[in-house]
Write a new protein. Structure first.
Ligand SMILES: [Zn+2]
Length: 184
C-alpha cells in the first residue's frame, strides 16, 4: 500500500498586537535575517492594508530600496513592506510581502497531528523524514524570530538604562527645588 508523504504543516503568522491571522508559510519566499523579516508571496484577502505612499530606505541592509508599507487590516499596526525597487541582493523580495518578524507571532498548525494519528504499522518510514526544504524553512523562521527578539531585548535594556538615569535626575531636581524654597 502506498502512503502519500504528508506535507509538513504550514507555520501560521498572526499580528502580534491583535492576533489576526495575516499569512502562512504556504506562500513562503524567504527569510532575510539581516532585515529581521520573512517574505511571503501572498496573504489572505482583507488581512493587510497597503499604503499608497512609497518610502525610500536611507540606511541598513535595504539601503536605496523603495517600498510601500502595509499594516494589519484589523488594528492598523505596521506589519511590513512591499519592496518596489531593491538592491541586487534583495531582488527576490520585490513585489512580495516582507513581514517584520517583530510585528508577528507565529505558530505551527497541526504540530500534534502525528500524536493523534498513529502511523499504520506497514507505513513506509520515508514519510517520517521531513523534507530538507521544510527544515531549512523552519530554521530560517526560528533564526529570524530569535534575532528580532534579541533586538527587542536590547531596546528594552537601553530604555531601562535611560529611565534609571532619568530617575536620578528627577531626585536631584526635587532636592534642588526644596533647597531653593528653604532659601526664600
Ligand atoms: Zn492587528
Amino acid at each position: 500500500m502506498d502512503v502519500p508523504p504528508t506535507p509538513p504543516p504550514p507555520v501560521v503568522f498572526q499580528c502580534a498586537s491583535c492576533l489576526l491571522i495575516v499569512a502562512d508559510s504556504l506562500s513562503w519566499v524567504r527569510a532575510t535575517p539581516e532585515l529581521r523579516t520573512f517574505t511571503l508571496a501572498a496573504a489572505p484577502a482583507g488581512t493587510i492594508l497597503v499604503s499608497d505612499d512609497l518610502s525610500t530606505s536611507h540606511d541598513g541592509h535595504d539601503l536605496g530600496s523603495t517600498y510601500a508599507s502595509f499594516a494589519c487590516a484589523s488594528c492598523n499596526t505596521p506589519l511590513g513592506r512591499i519592496y518596489r525597487t531593491t538592491p541586487r541582493h534583495l531582488d527576490d523580495l520585490r513585489d512580495y510581502l516582507t513581514f517584520d518578524a517583530g510585528a508577528l507571532k507565529n505558530y505551527q498548525v497541526g504540530a500534534d497531528e502525528a500524536a493523534r494519528d498513529p502511523l499504520p504499522e506497514d507505513a513506509d518510514l520515508e514519510i517520517l523524514k521531513p523534507e530538507p526544504g521544510a527544515i531549512a524553512q523552519r530554521l530560517a523562521i526560528m533564526e529570524t524570530v530569535i534575532m528580532a527578539m534579541h533586538d527587542e531585548i536590547e531596546t528594552l535594556k537601553a530604555a531601562m538604562h535611560a529611565s534609571s538615569i532619568d530617575d536620578k535626575e528627577d531626585t536631584l531636581g526635587v532636592q534642588h527645588t526644596v533647597n531653593h524654597r528653604k532659601r526664600q
